[in-house]
Design a protein around this ligand. Structure first.
Ligand SMILES: [Zn+2]
Length: 275
């Protein structure tokens, strides 16, 4: 059995991007460790989710630990960097934010955990952080360097399948969440999805992990992040069929893999056995 470290930017990113893969790895007997870079303090809090006297960062740390419990993983580490906010915001320049952290310094902190855990698998994000958030781009840079320092063999970039995502714009089940919106809004949302630059083209992806056997727990993992995601949010409002279409497969690019594109590999741990 191996140890895998899943490196994420904010509390809740793990739920959306890799929680299914984490649960399947844990179920298979691997040791699963989650490392989150930032405190998520700049997220928009849902009303009533941050009690008087608490900060959003504290609430999000508690939510992360509850999500970890749902996933049944072994260890959670929070590096505690400041949330950098969306690209172009003045918060990008704050000296304590993750975006401003020297890559080498942050990478050494992550590498220490990789070495301590004798981890053979590390997941990070693709080089544009899926959608350009500075903290997600920084996860890529820091993760790549940390794996070099620690000598971690298998590094996977969590991504979204851009072609799959574009096709979802025309998925019939999406129409169920159209209720309450004007037809123009729905059409413009669909047009936006059809042209999205999020994620990575299908031909550059190496791994597709089918997480349908744990999809209900994935939904519950997401729901633990109450300050960010309530029942009315886009994710939770999706009917089960649409939720599965969007989140039933988790996509990765294995760094250094000789080939990409379908048919995809289905196991992050498979290449370790060949080494
Ligand atoms: Zn994030």
């Amino acid at each position: 059995m191996a140890t895998a470290i899943f490196f994420h930017a904010h509390p809740d990113d793990e739920a959306i991007a890799t929680s299914g893969t984490m649960m399947l790895a844990a179920r298979a007997g691997h040791r699963v460790v989650l490392v989150t870079a930032t405190d998520g303090a700049l997220g928009d809090a849902n009303p009533g989710t941050v009690p008087d006297g608490s900060t959003l960062a504290e609430v999000r740390a508690e939510e992360l630990l509850r999500a970890a419990e749902v996933m049944g993983i072994d260890r959670v580490e929070m590096l505690g960097y400041g949330d950098s906010g969306m690209i172009g915001e003045p918060s990008n320049d704050h000296p304590d934010c993750f975006w401003q952290a020297p890559v080498e310094d942050a990478a050494r902190r992550l590498a220490e955990i990789l070495v301590d855990e004798n981890a053979s698998v590390l997941t990070i994000y693709d080089d544009h952080g899926n959608y350009g958030h500075p903290d997600h781009i920084q996860v890529h840079r820091v993760g790549v360097r940390a794996a070099e320092i620690a000598g971690t063999k298998a590094v996977f970039e969590a991504t979204m399948n851009r072609d799959h995502l574009r096709a979802l714009a025309d998925d019939a089940s999406l129409s169920e969440i159209d209720a309450g919106e004007g037809a123009d809004d729905v059409e413009s949302r669909r047009a936006e999805i059809r042209e999205t630059d999020m994620g990575t083209p299908a031909a550059s992806i190496t791994h597709a992990i089918d997480v349908m056997s744990v999809i209900d727990r994935k939904r519950r993992t997401l729901a633990e992040h109450r300050s960010q995601i309530d029942e009315t949010s886009f994710f939770m409002a999706l009917p089960p069929e649409a939720f599965s279409a969007a989140f039933g497969t988790e996509w990765f690019i294995e760094r250094g893999a000789p080939t990409a594109g379908p048919p995809y590999s289905t196991d992050l741990f498979a290449s370790l056995e060949k080494q």
